[in-house]
Design a protein around this ligand. Sequence first.
Ligand code: AMP
Length: 405
Amino acid sequence: MTVENKTVLKLAKVQDAHLKNKTVVVRVDYNVPMKDGVITDDTRIRETLKTLGLLLAANCKVILIAHFGRPKGKSEPKYSLGPIAPRLAELAGVKVHFAADCVGPKADKTIAAAKNGEIVLLENLRYHPEEEKNDETFARQLAGHGEFFVQEAFGALHRAHASTAAIARFLPGAIGYLVQKELEYLDKTMVCPVRPFVAIIGGAKVSDKINVLYSLMDKVDTIIIGGGMAYTFLAAQNTNIGKSLLEADKVEEAKKIILKAFKNNVEMLLPADHRVVREIKPDAEMEITQAMAVPDGWIGVDIGPRTELLFTDKIKGAKTIFWNGPVGIFETPAFAGGSITVARAMAEATKNGTTTILGGGDTLSVLKTAGVGAAQISHCSTGGGASLEFIEGKQLPGLVALSQK
Ligand code: AMP
């Protein structure tokens, strides 16, 4: 936690609660990548197993509440949590009951049929518009399923929803092992990082990451900017960017961030060359620019080879690294090279004793594309948005709700 958070929030931990034989409602983040109903990455499920194991060993009946995708307040089969239940049963090694609704008779019946030492997974919270409205009545219904609440959905802590905020008013609660681990890593990094501390910020838009860029300027030694957002920064320095992604209304903001880096003596690295195409399509003819500028009519889709060297050199020299956002359009294999190089350099740095922290769904996908396992990085955060807001120094509503006065 940030120093500010630390002084304000007192959070109970699940391992300190007396939960033997109790029915426990656990908010998890099972918003896993899925293709045609098949889970393609179950990391978020695995990360909750330690807390589930603790509860099951205490003979609790475990009621899991979670969201999946953005069904916008109505039931939609493609956003069902149904496919999660068999995988969870396999991983947890216990019976997992699935209820076709998270409140009402279907939920009540399934919960009543489950025994202690078993898990009930309730259908997508976001089928009900009340969830995202942080509705009290809905939260009370969810709380009514159990006697204790465990917050284990790190990726949802930055949202004030019924299952993350209002629910805490109706049940005693604690944070699970995953949330504890996430907070410990982020806290350690942000409060007293071993230096040099390097942040790599990529992704599509400056607008999503302005606040985090500002707050990182007070903490890091070097900031590396890549991906689509780098072009707005290059434009702010009057470098030609061709047809690359530009947020014209953020150029002034980019100038202010550059100025803050200068004032704070923070080294800022932008791409020194680029892989460029005339049209974004998988088999597009690709060129490498000679310098920072992108020629007219061309689009920057990835960092160039000189930039790869520049970035890996900084990664090698760092003692702490935070990475959020790919440095190219990595979803297209031909444009993934730069992001793969960064991922592999991160793994190498970790091996050499550097603390590496990575956040964001896309960044995790890059790791996979690069063939780098999560175990080769010190900490892969399960919550991109939540980790960014934490670093910005914001209070996360899901933690505030649980803090003990
Ligand atoms: P974000 O969600 O902000 O982390 O952005 C991730 C997205 O940024 C990915 O879908 C990438 O394809 C995209 N991205 C990375 N580099 C570029 C680029 N040079 N031009 C456009 N989009 C990019």
